[in-house]
Write a protein that binds this ligand. Structure first.
Ligand code: SF4
Length: 310
C-alpha cells in the first residue's frame, strides 16, 4: 500500500524509523515534511498528489470524520506522578477539583484521580465539546472538559507540559486554575493570565475601531476550514458600510499578511488559538469573530452618538 506518514514537530525525529518498519511490511512509504499542528491539519492534498491510499497520522487523536483513509497513532507519555504529592498543600483550600490533561496523558487520568480521592478531594472530570474525544481531555480548541464543569468545582487542575492547552481552558473558566507540569517540576496557578489576555483583547478591539478594510482569514486545513463563518462576517462588515475580503491560505503566514498593507485589521476564522497566541506577529490588529462583533458594535454606537449631536 502507498502510505503517507505525518508527524507533529516533536515526533519528526522518529519518522525514518517508522517508515522503515512499514516498508519492511511491503508498503511504499512517504513522509510529510510540512508542519503539522494537530489532527485538524491532515496532509490530504499531499497524500492525493502522490497517490497515497492512506495517511498514518502520529501523535493526535481523531478530530472529526474525514472522507479519506486515515489511521491515527496515539503517542502516550507516562509522566512521573510523584509531583502530585507537592500539589496537596497548594490545593488545601479546595475540596472539589476538576481534572484535565492532553491526549498524551489521558491514560494516567484515572491514577491521578485516585491519588486525589485518597487524599480527601472530590474529583470531577468533564466532557469535551466534540473535537477532543475523551473525558478530561482538552485541546487548544476544545476546552469543554474544563468549561462544562466550571460551575461545579472549586478549582481546576491541568496535568501536563506547557501552557498552550491550559491557557485555552483558563480563558473559558472562572475558577482558580492550577498547572502541574511533571516535566519541569512546576506547580503554579496561572489565573493572572485571565486579566492580561482580557486587556490585550480589549486593546485589539479598541485598535480596530475606525478600521475601514478587514481581511478575513480562512484556512483550508481540514479541521480549520470555515468559509461559511467568513462569509457571514464579510456580510456583517459590509452591512456596516466597511470593506472586507476573504483571504484563503493553507498555512497562515504572518509575513504575507503583513505585506497586505491595504487592510487595517484582520479577522481569524481558522484555528481559534491564532487570535489568542499569534496576535503580536501581525502589525495590524488580529481579531476573533467575537472581537470583530464588539468592534462593529462600538463603531455603530460611535456613529449614533455623532448623529445625535448633529
Ligand atoms: S487548537 Fe488549533 S491546531 Fe490545535 S487541534 Fe485545534 S484547530 Fe488544530
Amino acid at each position: 500500500m502507498k502510505i503517507l506518514l505525518q508527524f507533529p514537530e516533536g515526533l519528526k525525529q522518529k519518522a525514518l524509523e517508522h517508515a522503515r518498519k512499514l516498508e519492511s511490511d511491503g508498503n511504499e512509504v512517504f513522509i510529510s515534511a510540512s508542519p503539522t499542528y494537530g489532527a485538524c491539519d491532515l496532509a490530504i492534498d499531499e497524500a492525493k498528489r502522490i497517490g497515497a491510499e492512506k495517511i498514518v497520522h502520529f501523535g493526535h487523536a481523531e478530530f472529526h470524520h474525514i472522507d479519506f483513509n486515515v489511521e491515527y497513532v496515539d503517542y502516550k507519555i507516562d509522566a512521573p506522578l510523584s509531583i502530585l504529592e507537592r500539589s496537596l498543600p497548594v490545593l488545601e483550600s479546595f475540596r472539589k477539583i476538576g481534572l484535565v490533561t492532553t491526549i498524551q496523558h489521558i491514560h494516567q487520568l484515572d491514577e491521578i484521580r485516585k491519588f486525589y480521592e485518597k487524599n480527601g478531594k472530590e474529583i470531577v472530570i468533564g466532557k469535551p465539546y466534540g473535537f477532543a474525544k475523551k473525558n478530561g481531555q482538552i485541546l487548544g480548541c476544545d476546552i469543554g472538559s474544563a468549561a462544562s464543569i466550571d460551575r461545579s468545582v472549586d478549582a481546576h487542575v491541568y496535568f501536563g507540559g506547557g501552557i498552550f492547552h491550559p491557557l485555552g481552558a483558563l480563558l473559558n473558566t472562572s475558577k482558580p486554575f492550577l498547572v502541574i507540569d511533571p516535566f519541569h517540576g512546576n506547580i503554579e496557578f496561572i489565573d493572572h493570565y485571565r486579566e492580561s489576555y482580557r486587556k490585550k483583547s480589549n486593546g485589539r478591539i479598541a485598535a480596530s475601531v475606525g478600521a475601514r478594510r478587514f481581511g478575513i482569514i480562512v484556512s483550508t486545513k481540514n479541521g480549520q476550514y470555515n468559509l461559511n463563518l467568513a462569509k457571514i462576517l464579510k456580510n456583517k462588515i459590509e452591512a456596516s458600510g466597511l470593506e472586507a475580503a476573504i483571504l484563503v491560505s493553507n498555512n497562515i503566514d504572518f509575513d504575507s499578511l503583513n505585506n497586505m498593507r491595504e487592510f487595517d485589521a484582520f479577522v481569524n476564522t481558522a484555528c481559534p488559538r491564532i487570535a489568542i497566541d499569534d496576535t503580536e506577529r501581525l502589525r495590524k490588529p488580529l481579531l476573533s469573530a467575537n472581537e470583530l462583533m464588539k468592534a462593529l458594535e462600538f463603531m455603530h454606537e460611535g456613529r449614533e452618538r455623532v448623529a445625535e449631536r448633529e
